[in-house]
Design a protein around this ligand. Sequence first.
Ligand SMILES: [Fe+2]
Ligand SMILES: [Fe+2]
Length: 301
Amino acid sequence: MTLNIMDTAKFSSVFSPSTVEQRTKNFADYWLFTQQHGGDLLESDRDLAKKKARLEYFQNNPVRLRKPLENPEVFYRNYVHLKDPVTELDRKTLLLCAIYKFARHELNGIEGAWDVVPDMAHSFSVEDKISRVHLAEEFCHVRLFNEMLVTCGLDKVEWVPLVPWQQFIYRQFPKFPGFLMDAPAFITELMGVIFYFHLYGVIDDVFSDEPEVRDRLKEMLDEITIDEIAHVGQRRNFIGELGIKFSQWMIQPLFALFFKDIPETALLFDVNKMIQEAKDFDYNNVPDFMLEKTWIPTYCQ
Ligand SMILES: [Fe+2]
Ligand SMILES: [Fe+2]
């Protein structure tokens, strides 16, 4: 993807200091933003009206591969658990397996949280309301990832739960007190944004022979990335001075642990570069069309 590198740095680090007053104002501002961004919360469907309409647009205007995947059975054999040597997979299969595995982690994380955080009727603080809508938005991302796989002809994908110990961690995580939960929650959002920015480049490369599908995949990814950039700021806004130091410290081990669980990523992505970009993240490389639609805390502007 072409990023707009601005002449002068416009934004400051996502780890910039903030006061309690600034964060309170930013939560109020994010709450206004998120309601107009996603539209009405459709809580029983874990969905949002505007996001639902956007997915339906993609589904009603399908784009498909000119040349179907040669061996879809290789994907189906390896997408939940890698069975073949990773070096034997072709690059399209590798990429689609990596996308599925990333989204599967996301899905398990939010399913664990959805049942634990208060529903909208029992959300009395602005933070609780934000968190409810945030989770609904994450379910929309998994639907978009599923649609990416369908676009590549993979319409028999099942969303399989993670192994029990991983499920246990994801279920316990939302019950942790804020001082333990906020930093990893922030860094996993940042990991999402950095991963998606790298994903654009890999899609360009791997689907260079399929321009319509390449563009459609990136169009769906845009929807997700714009949300995730807003989530980075929102989760950042939960964190004070000490938590920010903890967050910065956590980038390296958390990225390393997460991507180790998705062996495909080692062949497609430069994980060390992603780690460095997370440490340096300041919004200045976010393209203008995304900046117009997303949300950034005032103390990072
Ligand atoms: Fe997401
Ligand atoms: Fe997110």
